[in-house]
Design a protein around this ligand. Sequence first.
Ligand SMILES: *Cc1c(COP(=O)(O)O)cnc(C)c1O
Length: 470
Amino acid sequence: MNNRLYGNLIFELSHEGRRAYSLPANRFGDYEVPAGLRRKDDAMLPECDELTVVRHYTNHSENNFGVNNGFYPLGSCTMKYNPAINEEVAAMPEFANLHPLQPAETCRGALEAYDGLQKALSEISGLAKFTLNPFAGAHGELTGLMVIRSYHERRGDTKRTKVIVPDSAHGTNPASAAVCGLDVVEVKSTPEGIVDVDDLRSLLDDTVAAMMMTNPNTLGLFEREIPEIAELVHGCGALMYYDGANLNPMLGVCRPGDMGFDVMHINLHKTFSTPHGGGGPGAGPVGVRKGLEELLPGESEISVGPYHGNFAVLLRAYAYILTLGREHIKEVGPLATLNANYIKESLKDVYELPIDTTCMHEFVLDGLKDKQAGVTTMDVAKRLLDYGYHAPTIYFPLLFHESMMIEPTENEGKETIDGFIEVMRRIANEAKDTPEAVKGAPHNTPIGRVDDVLAAKHPVVTYRQMAAGE
Ligand SMILES: *Cc1c(COP(=O)(O)O)cnc(C)c1O
């Protein structure tokens, strides 16, 4: 490869006696550490010179793939560009050094930003009021469902224990309902990929607490029937919950509050930037329509987290909203939608497109069209890494066997998108001509194909465990 010490653990670069520092001579005399506090064995620490340490960590950091160094078409996650100005704002000492218990009159600026974000989210979503407490989308779902449960309880309507969730829903929807102590009922999708209104009708009665939907849905399709769905759900006394993870293509175009949703969350780390690869950080503010405000945390008995939520993420979102402004925020949705449709149309002759309609900000392919050589979605995803692209979301949604979910976002230019299309088409050709090369991918990455199941079920994250041969 080259002379980089790739893939090594810092411990493996250790040489007994090597030091990256020197301490001044002891001017204070010896001090006996009490016997009970003394360790029996020496601490296991790597012994390295300074440049080895610096290069080790720098090389590892360069193995990291992010939006800042390449195209990242992961679907369902909205991995968009995170402008550096957001980071600057979040790091301002006036914000970063605040203590959550300091008196309100000493942090007026922070409270103003907090209030400004709440109002901006209300305006964007068409809902009356937001709590900024929840720490993630899933946490927002739980909060929102607690609000809904409390709404029914306060009315003495205690039979309502069911939450209706589309079969295409993100896994967090049924999980949140279950954590909230509610029963999950699945509603079918039509062959077109949207909620089957007839099936829904058969599920609605006075035991239903809420219907959860995301729009565009998990297949990237706009749920055309929402006005009718909202009427049916409200007609049976239940509330409409909007999972705002897919708000991106609707920004400035339409609002969940106008469509009949009563409660929603927004994944600020998706639609309003904040780097969130590897699981965090996030924020999932929850908004409610007029009349439900007093059920929100802070106003009611519902409590979902301490203080003011993930404040640095809130600041990034507010900075993002303010830098775009009313005028430019309207361009986000149409551009994200245009980019996704452009890729979809450019790939559908070589990749299977199970639902061939206009998509919103993302779309789902069902593997290669030509399945003769047995090249799978996993193989294509691994081969993409060889060409310097992050893989799309794969094997999700579960509706298809070889799902590949692609979301380019509004930020990408035409050349980048064309480059991705070209590589996807090249891989489709390779799958025909030299399938073994694709099945053996990746060839150019520091680490080859890992055992995903083993890595997920038995992650080895400490050196000591490695040494024990686990
Ligand atoms: C990401 C996502 C969630 C969960 O949000 P987190 O912030 O990851 O907890 C829920 N629903 C959909 C549709 C999503 O894409």
